[in-house]
Unconditional design. Structure first.
Length: 127
């Protein structure tokens, strides 16, 4: 089985409970289609780069999983049929890339000086 990641954006008008239920639906469909969930993250509400269906903000989530074509089809079908989902993309990743997004989130995009000294990210970028 190959490893994949699916990133999806949900309407920001949903409550936290509704967004959590949708993310849990994605978590449940993967094992039913012979896949295995490796990681699931809710990135929360963020401003999008451009408007999608008149929405300027969205709730971002990412799921890492192992599976085949049936698993990908089941996940994408669920996301395509749900009206709250604005966008989604599925990408095949290498085994060494699993969990890299978590590492990036934890670093909060910190900056380094020329001497290698580490500085925390500005509050505007970190949130």
């Amino acid at each position: 089985m190959d490893a994949y990641e699916t990133i999806f954006v949900v309407k920001s008008g949903l409550t936290d409970d509704e967004a959590t239920k949708l993310i849990e639906k994605v978590r449940e469909v993967i094992p039913r289609s012979d896949g295995e969930v490796l990681a699931l993250e809710n990135w929360g509400r963020r401003k999008m780069a451009y408007e999608v269906r008149r929405e300027k903000r969205g709730i971002y989530a990412i799921v890492h999983y192992k599976g085949g074509g049936v698993t990908i089809g089941a996940v994408e079908r669920l996301l395509r049929l749900d009206e709250a989902v604005l966008k989604y993309i599925t990408v095949k990743i290498g085994k060494d890339q699993i969990g890299k997004t978590t590492q990036i989130q934890e670093e909060k995009f910190s900056y380094r000086s020329r001497e290698g000294t580490r500085f925390p990210a500005p509050a505007a970028v970190a949130s």
